[in-house]
Ligand binder design. Structure first.
Ligand code: ZN
Length: 144
């Protein structure tokens, strides 16, 4: 596990991997967030995929992101099934990145009661085990 990737604090179901999004996963494995950029639209988009959702271009580039954002909205999950049953309560949030995109992800590293709308957060990556895909999550910016 690279220094930029933390042990998972929540279940990390394996994501769907494909060659088109390999640059995203390679950066995630280093603990770095990159965003797909369409060269024709000159706009970033989310989620990572192999073609621009606006124009269909496939000659994407991957732009390093700050990883900084604020909580736009969130939900505290108190009942869940499967592997998630043991993880409750946990938080699923929409985080608006400094780059303007809104990302759905878990917030970790704090109690659900500490999370508020507009709370500054930053990206962290978690993996279930060394070599597993690193999953994007967020933690309060004050938590380091
Ligand atoms: Zn485009």
């Amino acid at each position: 596990m690279s220094p930029g990737v933390r042990p998972a604090s929540l279940p990390t179901p394996p994501p769907r991997l494909d060659p088109e999004t390999q640059p995203y996963w390679d950066a995630a494995a280093r603990g770095e967030l990159v965003l797909p950029l369409c060269p024709r639209c000159d706009r970033l988009f989310w989620y990572p995929r192999g073609a621009c959702p606006r124009c269909g271009a496939t000659d994407l580039s991957w732009r390093p992101a700050s990883g900084e954002g604020v909580v736009y909205s969130f939900s505290v999950v108190r009942r869940a099934g499967g592997a998630w049953a043991q993880a409750v309560p946990y938080v699923l949030a929409y985080v608006t990145l400094a780059e303007g995109l809104t990302v759905a992800a878990n917030i970790v590293g704090c109690a659900p009661e500490e999370i508020t709308v507009d709370l500054p957060v930053h990206a962290v990556f978690e993996a279930a085990a060394a070599g597993d895909p690193a999953i994007l999550r967020f933690t309060p910016a004050a938590a380091g």
